[in-house]
Design a binder for this molecule. Structure first.
Ligand code: GDG
Length: 493
């Protein structure tokens, strides 16, 4: 296959240009800093796009005025190597408010995670979502040629695939990975413009989800809301409007070697520094939660379970500390502001109830934790709790396992996270809404014999290493080549 074009909302490199302040704003007076790729997917995809000398199209945020290198809004990245073209789509504030904070995160995000009462559909949001999808699609079409592979990421681009498919050569492959869950038909009923969303996605030649269950629900929705589509469940294909989309489940992994290596490079003194910084007594057993501050992650439910745990186990007071690292996210949306306030006040309340002068049950922080410190927490946390109410996959659970190099940690994992499909039987399963049950699993983790902990962690590690980010990427490209081959055959005949 030919050139590779990746489309994502977030850009892989962010340039910051600072003027020296003398007012003439001369190019030579500016200092340029470039943020390195952040996040598992960006870090994993970047070398692939580099190797392919491809194109990456993304929203160029904030400093778009400065960050544009030429009229096409294109820069060559990485900065000193120029391996591929990063094309930035400059969006107005109004566009961002409606496309990103609006239809993407006030409608599709709560809908797909089953929080239908949090759907807040404002007039104009969908129109802007369509406009932005059109702009991205136009940009893709400019770069696409015979045999190109277009790979779109996530729910910000539900409409673009159909627009792209209509305007690129038949030999171009259009693929998308949907990183969040897909809802049941009953829930999907609440999607404004439901038909457009489904039709848009069926412009893809390949559509990937993390687990079978989301793929099945997607097919259920297609059957129910697009009666003229023909669904072949055995093949996992949908034929609609003269075009075939293959729907697959390809669960994403993490860069396990990197977490393993970076965790081995830290030592206990880094943990001691963290304990000192946050006032965690030296000898307490550590629990850990790491999440974006998002209502789908079930943080108050986790706290409720901790409260039950300390009620039921007074002996553990002063002996067990739970570190909750929350990363503020989408704070322009009132639901997220309220959620943050609720989470913080619950942590305070529980700390007031059980805390003493020298011990707090929950150490709550929204500080950004550097990768190295995160690896130290993952390595030395005795118990990791992932209590999502809904979660496409959850990379944190896998990162913990990869970084738990001493092999004696325990993972409590919600059965509602995609990651449970892979790790479920060997982690301790929790129903995040059942505070008593989760408290009981925490008790079990804290009293589990060392050989059982090691055995479970060993199996978890095998699973995480066998299905790492590289394996996921290979599977994606195998599927892309497969549908590309099918398309070529169809075009030839
Ligand atoms: C979406 C889906 C799916 C967080 N705080 C810090 C930090 N992080 C990093 C973690 C992890 C990432 O953020 C979070 O990834 P998750 O997968 O857990 O969650 P979402 O952000 O909701 O991701 C999810 C994913 O897409 C991929 O498809 O798994 O279901 O919702 O990598 O390490 N990293 C550092 N400091 C922090 O303070 N260094």
């Amino acid at each position: 296959p030919g050139s590779l074009i990746v489309v994502s909302n977030r850009q892989p490199y962010r340039h910051e240009y600072e003027s020296d302040g003398d007012g003439d704003d001369d190019e030579r007076d500016r200092s340029i800093t470039v943020d390195e790729p952040a996040g598992g997917l960006t870090a994993g995809l970047d070398p692939v796009v580099q190797e392919a000398n491809g194109t990456w199209i993304a929203w160029g945020d904030g400093d778009a005025d400065f960050a544009v290198a030429d009229d096409d809004h294109c820069v060559e990245v990485p900065p000193d190597e120029g391996a591929y073209t990063l094309r930035r789509i400059d969006l107005s504030e109004e566009a961002v408010e409606s496309y990103y904070y609006g239809f993407s995160n006030r409608v599709l995000w709560p809908l797909c995670h089953g929080f239908t009462d949090l759907i807040n559909h404002r007039s104009n949001d969908f129109d802007w979502y369509r406009t932005v999808n059109e702009r991205f699609a136009d940009a893709v079409v400019e770069h696409a040629a015979d045999d190109s592979i277009v790979w779109l990421q996530d729910y910000h681009f539900a409409l673009a695939p159909r627009l792209i498919r209509q305007s690129v050569p038949a030999s171009t492959t259009v693929a998308q990975f949907w990183h969040i869950p897909w809802p049941s038909p009953e829930t999907f009923q609440q999607c404004p413009a439901a038909g457009h969303v489904l039709e848009g996605l069926l412009g893809n030649d390949l559509l990937g989800f993390h687990v079978d269950w989301y793929a099945t629900e997607f097919l259920d929705c297609v059957e129910q809301y697009l009666p003229s589509a023909s669904v072949d469940r055995r093949e996992g294909t949908v034929r609609y409007d003269g075009h075939t989309t293959r729907v697959v489940a390809t669960p994403m992994g993490v860069d396990a070697d990197k977490y393993d290596r970076d965790a081995r490079a830290v030592d206990r003194s880094q943990l001691t520094d963290i304990r000192t910084e946050y006032g965690i007594p030296d000898d307490t057993v550590l629990g850990l939660g790491v999440d974006r501050l998002d209502y789908a992650k079930g943080i108050p439910e986790r706290f409720a379970a901790l409260e039950r745990f300390f009620e039921r186990n007074p002996d553990w007071r002063g002996e067990f500390t739970f570190v909750q690292k929350s990363t503020p996210s989408r704070t322009d949306i009132p639901t997220y502001q309220r959620y943050g306030e609720h989470v913080r006040s619950e942590a305070d309340r529980i700390n007031c109830r059980f805390g003493t002068d020298d011990w707090q049950p929950i150490v709550y922080t929204e500080d950004y934790v550097e990768h190295e410190a995160l690896c130290a927490l993952y390595r030395y946390a005795d118990v990791m709790v992932v209590s999502s109410l809904a979660d496409g996959m959850n990379l944190v659970a896998q990162e913990y396992v990869a970084a738990n190099v001493d092999g004696d940690g325990t993972l409590l994992l919600s059965d509602r996270a995609g990651a449970h499909e892979r790790l479920g039987p060997h982690a301790l399963t929790i129903d995040p809404t059942d505070a008593d049950g989760t408290a009981a699993q925490l008790e079990r983790a804290l009293s589990m014999p060392i050989h059982e902990r090691r055995q479970r962690m060993q199996t978890l590690r095998t699973r995480v290493f066998d299905h790492d980010l590289e394996a996921w990427m290979d599977t994606q490209f195998d599927w892309i080549r497969h549908v590309h081959g099918e398309q070529s055959t169809a075009t030839d005949s």
